[in-house]
Ligand binder design. Structure first.
Ligand SMILES: [Zn+2]
Length: 194
């Protein structure tokens, strides 16, 4: 199994990502609502798929907040490195399988899909999401301006994006997840979620 894919079976990856999500949530809470109001927790349960057996069956919490001020009550959902929009699989699973989907032989890709539990149909839907929804999102358009050398073309996403970050495969994966973590929140009104 490619090293990047082996990471998806390591509980330590998800523990690390959970900690990063806690930090992102704390930051959002400190910033408060746009109206100046305080934020109360309005987290909701998720049961993301594709993680290792030990955590695969458990419920996880997607941090979310609600403005405490009457008349506002705005919902604020912080960026996340574990959840990519409303996709039912973990964010790292979506990134890794999409990246490897473009490089592995059909046989090896089939074996990997079996292990993680991702259908070919789902993988194709993700590919379309990267190339269309993600590539045309406000988030990606803004992000492209910050990348030098220039951002990879849509058809090379997300593999070429992962390869842009320094370090071993785990660092590259986590950096990618951090980089795209605000994609859900930045474009929530832009039907980014699948
Ligand atoms: Zn408010």
């Amino acid at each position: 199994m490619p090293r990047l894919a082996a990471l998806l079976q390591q509980v330590s990856l998800y523990v690390h990502l959970q900690r990063l999500d806690d930090d992102l949530a704390a930051e959002a809470r400190r910033a408060g609502c746009e109206c100046g109001g305080r934020l109360h927790s309005a987290r909701y349960p998720r049961k993301p798929r594709g993680g290792p057996g030990e955590i695969g069956a458990g419920i996880m919490w997607r941090q979310s907040f609600c403005c405490a001020r009457d008349g506002c009550r705005r919902r604020v959902t912080p960026p996340s490195v574990r959840f990519l929009g409303r996709k039912v699989f973990f964010g790292p699973v979506v990134v890794v399988l999409s990246a490897l989907g473009a490089t592995l032989s059909p046989m090896r890709l089939h074996r990997l899909r079996e292990i993680i539990g991702v259908s070919l149909r789902t993988l194709k839907r993700w590919a379309s999401w990267w190339q269309n929804d993600f590539a045309s999102s406000r988030f990606w358009k803004a992000a492209q301006g910050r990348l030098a050398p220039p951002a990879p073309t849509a058809t090379k996403l997300p593999g070429a994006l992962v390869a842009r970050f320094d370090g071993d495969e785990e660092k590259q994966l986590i950096s990618t997840l951090r980089f795209i973590s605000s994609v859900t929140t930045a474009t929530a009104r832009n039907s980014m979620a699948l």
